[in-house]
Design a binder for this molecule. Structure first.
Ligand code: C2E
Ligand code: MG
Ligand code: MG
Ligand code: MG
Length: 289
């Protein structure tokens, strides 16, 4: 019994050690290997026009299916990738995964749909940035999608550089959204100088709707600021009918969240769009995908 017990114990210790080695020793190597072995894929979350409840586009979200650890959240691996210098190859990989999905994306989405993707602020100052973006553009079907790059407030910090890059992106026909607005150090002066296209209201704000007395006036201020600066507003993380009507009353332009639809695999997206040609959220709430 004791022999068996110590054998089991050492096996367990071995497994634990292996796990530590895998993730603690070198997340960088694990990610580079993951890229080579096809462990990453993309899910697409539909974004809806508030006024018509019709589909306006999708946001591409990167996923990592690790062979032993299972699904690892982008909230975990994106910061790792940024710190370990893997973010540029990982983003190029994201581009190639989206390109591979293009036939199905065109099947699912109408012309002029928005195709949003998240860009790490540090990529903006990488030497390969223009080449990476041009490479993606050269593989996009002509004028079919409007690309929207979502960048958090951290991307606005190096002001002069960011201004130049945003101007270049605009010259390439790419639109820009400030993501998770309200979570970082929002120096409001940036917003005015940057002339961005969309302001994405962080889901933390959306989540607080109806929960306290400060959220409503803060959201009112943010939305009217965006309007004055001629930015379109997108609310993310809409989970309830109450949140939806609050945002509807304030003329937020687009909405995204579990209340409408979760992030979907490319196959699920094709199916979703086939079943909901002009999606009406009142009539057909999907909650069971
Ligand atoms: P994000 O860009 O703000 O993306 C929205 C996140 O909110 C996604 O989480 C999405 O699944 C989640 N979400 C959508 N609707 C709801 C809702 O109703 N309720 C709740 N609780 N959550 C909702 P996800 O996919 O885990 O991504 C987290 C973050 O990771 C993203 O935040 C983005 O900052 C980053 N990320 C994801 N993919 C990429 C990527 O390809 N590149 C980069 N640089 N960052 C990425
Ligand atoms: Mg985003
Ligand atoms: Mg966001
Ligand atoms: Mg976020």
């Amino acid at each position: 019994l004791t022999v068996l017990g110590s054998l089991v114990l050492s096996l367990m210790l071995g497994a634990l050690y292996y796990y530590m080695l895998l993730l603690r020793q070198s997340p960088e190597r694990a990610m580079r290997r993951g890229i080579r072995r096809g462990e990453f894929f993309v899910e697409y979350q539909p974004v809806f026009h508030t006024a018509t409840a019709s589909l306006g586009g999708v946001e591409a979200l990167l996923r990592w299916q690790h062979p032993t650890e299972g699904r690892i959240s982008p909230d975990l691996f994106i910061p790792y990738a940024e710190n370990e210098g893997v973010i540029v190859p990982l983003t190029r990989h994201l581009f190639s995964l989206i390109v591979a999905d293009l036939p199905q994306l065109m099947q699912a989405l109408p012309p002029h749909a928005k195709l949003g993707l998240n860009l790490s602020p540090s990529h903006l100052s990488a030497p390969s940035f223009h080449d990476d973006v041009s490479g993606l553009l050269s593989k996009m079907p002509n004028n079919y999608f409007t690309l929207v790059f979502e960048i958090t407030e951290r991307g606005m910090v190096e002001e002069e550089h960011a201004l130049a890059e945003f101007a270049w992106l605009h010259s390439q026909g790419i639109e820009i959204a400030i993501d998770d607005f309200g979570t970082g150090h929002s120096a409001l002066i940036y917003l005015q100088r940057f002339a961005l296209d969309y302001l994405k209201i962080d889901r933390g704000f959306v989540n607080s709707i109806g929960q306290d007395t400060v959220t409503a006036p803060v959201l009112d201020a943010v939305i009217s600021l965006a309007k004055k600066l001629k930015m379109l507003t997108v609310a993310e993380g809409v989970e309830t009918a109450e949140q939806m009507s609050f945002l509807q009353e304030r003329d937020v332009n687009f909405m995204q969240g579990y209340y409408f639809c979760k992030p979907l695999s490319i196959e699920e997206l094709v199916e979703f769009c086939r079943a909901n040609p002009a999606f009406d959220h009142q009539a057909s709430l999907i909650s069971d995908i």
